[in-house]
Design a protein around this ligand. Sequence first.
Ligand code: BGC
Length: 766
Amino acid sequence: MRNIIMTIAIGMILSSCSGGKGEVYKDPSAPVKDRVEDLLSRMTLEEKVGQMNQFVGVEHIKANSAVMKEEDLKNNTANAFYPGFTEKDIEEWTGQGLIGSFLHVLTLKEANYLQSFAMKSRLQIPVIFGIDAIHGNANAPDNTVYPTNINLACSFDTVMARRIARETAKEMRAMNMHWTFNPNVEVARDARWGRVGETYGEDPYLVTQIGVQTVKGYQQNLDSPEDVLACIKHFVGGSQPINGTNGSPTDLSERTLREVFFPPFKAGVDAGAMSLMTAHNELNGIPCHENEWLMTEVLRGEWKFPGFVVSDWMDIEHIHDLHATAPNLKEAFYQSIMAGMDMHMHGIHWNEMVTELVKEGRIPESRIDESVRRILEVKFRLGLFENPYADEEQSMKIRLCPEHRQTALEAARNGIVLLKNEGILPLDAFKYKRVLVTGINADDQNILGDWSAPEKPENVTTILEGLQQVAPGVKFDFVDQGWDPRNMDPKKVAEAAARARNADLNIVVAGEYMMRFRWTERTDGEDTDRSDISLVGLQNELIEKVAASGKPTILVLVNGRPLGVQWAATHLPAIVEAWAPGMYGGQAVAEILYGKVNPSAKLAITIPQSVGQLQMIYNHKPSQYFHPYAAYQPSTPLYPFGHGLSYTTYKYEDLKLTETEISKDGSVGVSLKVTNTGDRDGVEIVQLYIRDTYSCVTRPVKELKDFARIALKAGESKVVNFIITPDKLAFYDKKMKWGVEPGEFIVMAGPSSADEVLLKETFTVK
Ligand code: BGC
C-alpha cells in the first residue's frame, strides 16, 4: 500500500513540477488564481458538484453500518453510514473525482488510502480531510489532548490559544488532515446547552480574542505544510437556544446578533479564517442553512468573506425533513446553494440532485463555479496538490511530542479555576496524611472532555494518578464510583461515606460525563442538553455523606457546562472547577491542590445558582433584576464571570484615566496599579469593563473591553495600561447606526465582574 502511495506521490510531484501539457494548475509557481481558473476550465459539471460534497470515511461507514439502524440516521449527529452505498462506491466516486472532502477519517493510513483514489482521478484534485480537532486532534487517537475550549478561555491566555492551535495544526498535518472544524466562536448564554464546554464562554470580547488567535495559530498564511484550514462555527445563534437544546430555534433581534453574536465571527473573518460552518438552528424563522441574509448579505456582502461555507451535519437535509421549509431534498439543496452554501456535509444525494438543478437551469453554473473556486483556492494554498499525502514514519515524531505534551500540561494549569477556598488549600501533606478520593471523575479519562476518543492510559494522567504523583507521602484511599453519574451504586456511596471517617481529608471529584464514545449515556457535550444544571445522580448525596464524616471535604468539578453546586458552595471549604483539563489535567489539578501551582484562571462564564435563573449573564441589561426573584431566592449568580481565586492576594489601586473628556473619535488611556500583597508569586488576570451611563438605547450594565494576564512576584507591583479606543465605546443606535454617542462612560477595573471589587472612574465624550 505504502509503495503504491509513494509511486503515485512521486508521479504526481514530477508531473506537477513540469506543469505538463500547459496544465497551469499543476504548476506550483503559477499564481493561485491562475491555477484555480485553469483547473475550473477543465472540470465537468459533475466534477465541480463533487468538489462541493463531503463524505464520511470508509472506516466510519464500516463501523456504523454494522451497528446503526437506518432510522437513527436523521437524529444522530456523530455517526452515519450510507444505506446501499458501500466502501467500494466511495472509492470509485473518489477515483472519478466526485468527492471533494472527507470527514471523520481517524487514521493517517485511511487518509492516505482515500487520497490515493483522488490521485487516480482524471484531474488528480486532492480531497481535503476535515476533522473536529476542537482541543487538539483528540478525536483521533495518539494525539495531544489539550484542555477543552472553556478551560482555555478561563485562562484568558491568547498566547496559549495560538500555541495550542499551532501545535494542533502540526499534529493534524502529520495525519494528513487539513481542516479543523474549530474555533467554535459562539457566545454561550445558556448553561443547559451541552456544547458550552466547546465554546470560549459568554463574553463577546473574550470569545473574539481567543477565537482570533486560534484562527491565526491554525492557518498562519495557509501556505505552509504545517498550516490547516480553520472553520469558524456555528453561524449563528445556536448558543442561545430557546429551550437549551442543541439546534432548537433561536429568536434574536438584529441588535443582539450584531452586538453579541456577530463580533467573534466578523473578527474571525478579518483574521483570515477561510471556512465557516452554518448553525443547526433556525434563526427568526429561517433555518441558518438557507439563510441568504446571513450567508450572502452579511458574510460576503458586509464582511467580504473570501472563504467557503460548509453546512453542518445533515443540516441541508433538515431544511426539508425537520424545518419543513422545503418540500423535498432537492429543493433544500437548491435553497441552500442559492442562499450561499458552498459545501455539503455530507451524503450521497447531493451530486445527482445538484447536477440536475444546474441542467434544469435552476442553479446557474456560474453559481457552482463560485463555490468551486473558493474550495480549490484553499486546496492550492494549503499545498495539497504538491503534498497530497503525509508520511507515516514522520507522523509519530510530531504527534504527542514532548513539547506538545508540555503545552497541554501548562494550559491545564492556566485554565483550572479556584472557585472557593476558606484557607484549606493548598493542602498540607503533613497535616492530611490519609486522604480519601472518590467520585465519578476521580480516576477516569473523562478529563479529556467532549470531542476526544479514549487514549492509551499511559498518555493520560487521571486526577487520582496526579495526586499520587504530586503528593507521594500522602496515603490515598480510593473508592471508585464508576464513570456513569446516572447509574451510581448506593452501596459505593455508603462505602465512601464510611471510609471518609478514617481519612484526614476527602476529595470528591464530581461533575458530568462527556466522552462521546458513550454517546447516549453521557450527560454533557454535543446533543446532551439538560433541563437542570445540578449534579446528576447520586453525586450530591455522595458529597453530603462524605462531608458528614466531619472531615474536611473539598470538591473538584470536571464538566463542560456550569453546574449550580449550591450545597457545596455553602458547606464545603473549597471548590476547584477543572472543566475538562485534557490529558495532563490530573497532574495540573493535583499541583493546584498541593500548591505546586498557584491557580490563576478566572471564569469565562457565569455559574448560575440554578437552572431557573437562566439567562444568567454578567453583561445583562439594566432592568434585568429591577424586580429580583422572590426574597428567598437569589438573583445573583453562584460565581460571577471573571471570578477566580489565587493562593496569594492582590491589591488594586490608583485607577487613572489620561482624559476626562474626549471627542467622539478620541481615546482614553487607563492605568492602574496591581500589587501582589501575599507571599506567593502569581499570575493575575486584570479585567477592564465599561458602562455607558445614559444612552439612546439600553446598554449592558458592564462589558469587558480589555484584560491583561500579568505575572507578579510576591510583593511586586505593576502598573497595567489599557487604551479605550472609539470602537470600544460604539454601539448601534435606534436606527442601527454604529457609532459613539456623547455622554458619560464609567470605566471599571478589577479582578472580576463583581461590582464590589471594581475600581471606578468616569470620562465624558463630547
Ligand atoms: C457538529 C459540528 C461538527 C460536525 C462534524 C456536527 O454535529 O455540530 O460542530 O463539526 O458535526 O463532526
